[in-house]
Design a protein around this ligand. Structure first.
Ligand SMILES: [Zn+2]
Length: 305
């Protein structure tokens, strides 16, 4: 099999996926691993049904850095994939934010000797909401959580942390409050690759519960200042710099549409029924009305005194 594209699925689906990937089709029913640059890997997680977050890993001269831990079960799978590629130790797992589908697998990385790293502004979230989410998942009896303990990051950085061995350079960057207060991204300046976590997703995956859309727009604008070639989003297909603009457009247009409706005296329930952003459906594949939580969230932001 082509070393650059390792598809983890049944042979038939794999061949369809390879053709689909080459043609740029959306293939939601599987996970696949792609080498984006020498030693830089991207694993697009299956989105239907939802299995977890996209991940990356970077092979340095002496160790491996993983980008996002994912759920525990997915973490185990990814560690297995990496173990087949290299004997180098996994030294760091960078959690882009505290959500369980990005960080609950930390313990599996700890077991193989890796330290979890995150932005300092995410620390209070790991200690509260992150912990609660983990405990809830465990209490619900999920198999993959059995026998695990919550493992928050132990290495925190204020705005920037650089890992550079002369061959690979990864900059972990916190720009401000986006998807969560503590979001950070992994920027690989030598390759022009940006791993965004959920600060940028490709499709109908935006969760705003911990977000601030006004600040999120500014965070995306800062990312656009980087000479990005490829965007590896937190969920959905790999893309290019244009995705940052597309992601931003959703927040800008959603805010504008909700504001317009508020100005016209519409209630939140009316807005949920009436809002129309045909452009969104073209991008995300679903009607913007479907995500009522996001409409409510933006309505709350715009009416909060
Ligand atoms: Zn998230």
């Amino acid at each position: 099999m082509n070393r650059r594209v390792l598809v983890l699925a049944l042979p038939l689906i794999a061949s369809v996926a390879l053709v689909g990937w080459a043609a740029g089709w959306f293939v939601p029913t599987e996970s696949k691993v792609t080498e984006l640059a020498p030693g830089v890997w991207f694993r697009k997680a299956q989105t239907e049904p939802f299995t977890g977050c996209n991940q990356g890993w970077v092979e340095f001269k002496e160790f491996v850095l993983v980008i996002d831990a994912n759920f525990p079960g997915q973490a185990e799978q990814v560690i297995e994939i990496i173990r087949k590629q290299t004997d180098k130790p996994i030294r760091f797992v960078f959690d882009t934010h505290h959500h369980g589908d990005h960080a609950d697998g930390n313990m599996h990385y700890a077991k193989v000797g890796a330290s979890a790293v995150a932005s300092e502004r995410s620390q209070p979230l790991f200690e509260t909401k992150g912990l609660e989410g983990f405990q809830q998942a465990q209490a619900s009896g999920k198999e993959e959580y059995k026998g695990l303990h919550y493992h928050a990051p132990s290495v925190y950085f204020p705005h920037k942390m650089v890992i550079d061995d002369g061959e690979q350079r990864v900059e972990l960057l916190h720009f401000g409050h986006g998807h969560t207060m503590g979001d950070a991204v992994a920027w690989l300046p030598k390759h022009g690759i940006l791993f965004t976590g959920d600060a940028c997703v490709n499709g109908a995956f935006n969760y705003m519960g911990d977000g601030d859309t006004a600040s999120w727009i500014a965070v995306l604008a800062e990312m656009q200042e980087l000479p990005v070639k490829q965007v590896a989003p937190g969920h959905g297909e790999l893309s290019d710099k244009e995705l940052l603009e597309t992601q931003k457009r959703y927040f800008v247009e959603l805010r504008a549409a909700v504001q317009k409706a508020i100005d016209a005296g519409r209630t939140v329930d009316q807005i949920k029924q009436e809002i129309d952003l045909p452009w969104y459906e073209e991008w995300a594949g679903v009607d913007v009305k479907k995500n009522t939580e996001n409409i409510e969230h933006v309505y709350g932001e715009l009416t909060r005194k």
